[in-house]
Design a protein around this ligand. Structure first.
Ligand SMILES: [Zn+2]
Length: 112
């Protein structure tokens, strides 16, 4: 897996604070949920290892889905919209491909 320095951030980035100088691994930074940070205070959040999330879309979406502070800030409709738009758009390079052939296509080819 290659590590590109200036990887574009996914659409969940606006809900997270990017911790300067803190890396999950050599490619990924650590982020903190802004809703959590506001709720418990940024100093506390920065000292709490459990608050720090690797900045992949999957980890961020998982956190927001289960975050009670985030749920208190946004309605469940908003959260659903935020998460579905973040997780359905694959990468920024493929914005206009069709979304209907995800699993049906591969199962058809197995049968044929
Ligand atoms: Zn949170």
């Amino acid at each position: 897996m290659q590590c590109k320095g200036g990887k574009p951030q996914h659409s969940l980035s606006e809900f997270f604070y990017i911790i300067p100088n803190e890396w999950a691994n050599k490619c990924n930074k650590k982020w903190i949920c802004r809703a959590c940070m506001e709720a418990i205070g940024s100093d506390n959040a920065l000292q709490d290892k459990n608050m720090k999330i690797t900045n992949t879309k999957r980890y961020c979406a998982n956190h927001l889905r289960s975050c009670s502070y985030f749920a208190a800030k946004y309605s469940s409709e908003q959260i659903n919209h935020i998460l579905s738009s973040a997780t359905s758009s694959k990468e920024q390079a493929h914005t206009d491909d069709e979304e209907e052939n995800d699993s049906t296509h591969s199962s058809n080819s197995l049968l044929a």
